[in-house]
Design a protein around this ligand. Structure first.
Ligand SMILES: Cc1cc2nc3c(=O)[nH]c(=O)nc-3n(C[C@H](O)[C@H](O)[C@H](O)COP(=O)(O)O)c2cc1C
Length: 158
């Protein structure tokens, strides 16, 4: 497969998913993209579907896009030495900053989703939101994205 990555099963290489901060990409209806840093994430099963559960605070622009924009997101795991990108994605808001431009991120069109994945990540997942629920523990909302396809870079998938 091109772009130095190959398609994998939803639970493959999960240790990297658990260990590293993710970059979550969401999309406005008009196609504009946003990215935010996401630590609160799990891979689990919902009604027999492999899902990523992402916990997103109400104050995030990402929350607005996940509820008012395209009903999909992608999760991308950068390699551990990519602190700068995580820093930018996690400290600016897409309301007033184009974080893709600022962090120099390139995208790869989704195969199953309108939302693209991020180039040069060790893992990426294309997800469709199939359920949401309120967290009673904090000011966050849970988004359950069914994993439609996933990719691992050649760096980890030898
Ligand atoms: C390492 C790291 C992890 C983070 N994890 C989460 C998270 O799991 N959920 C969340 O709502 N915000 C999290 N944040 C905060 C958001 O990434 C941050 O508020 C971001 O600026 C929101 O961007 P947005 O307004 O464009 O959506 C994290 C920030 C950092 C630096």
């Amino acid at each position: 497969m091109s772009n130095n990555r190959k398609e994998i099963g939803p639970y493959d290489y999960i240790e990297y998913f658990k260990r590293n901060t993710a970059l979550m990409v969401s999309m406005e209806r008009n196609g504009n993209l946003n990215v935010m840093a996401l630590d609160w994430k799990t891979i689990e099963e919902l009604n027999g579907n492999p899902v990523i559960r992402a916990q997103v605070a109400y104050s995030r622009y990402t929350y607005q896009l996940l509820t008012e924009g395209v009903n999909e997101f992608t999760i991308n795991i950068p390699s551990e030495n990519n602190y700068e990108v995580v820093d930018i994605a996690g400290s600016y808001s897409g309301r007033n900053t184009n974080k893709f431009k600022q962090a120099g991120l390139e995208t790869i069109p989704g195969k199953k989703t309108k939302v693209p994945t991020i180039k040069d990540c060790i893992l990426s997942y294309e997800c469709q939101i199939i359920h949401t629920s309120k967290s009673n523990m904090s000011s966050h909302h849970y988004f359950y994205g069914k994993i439609l396809t996933a990719y691992a870079s050649n760096e980890i998938a030898k």
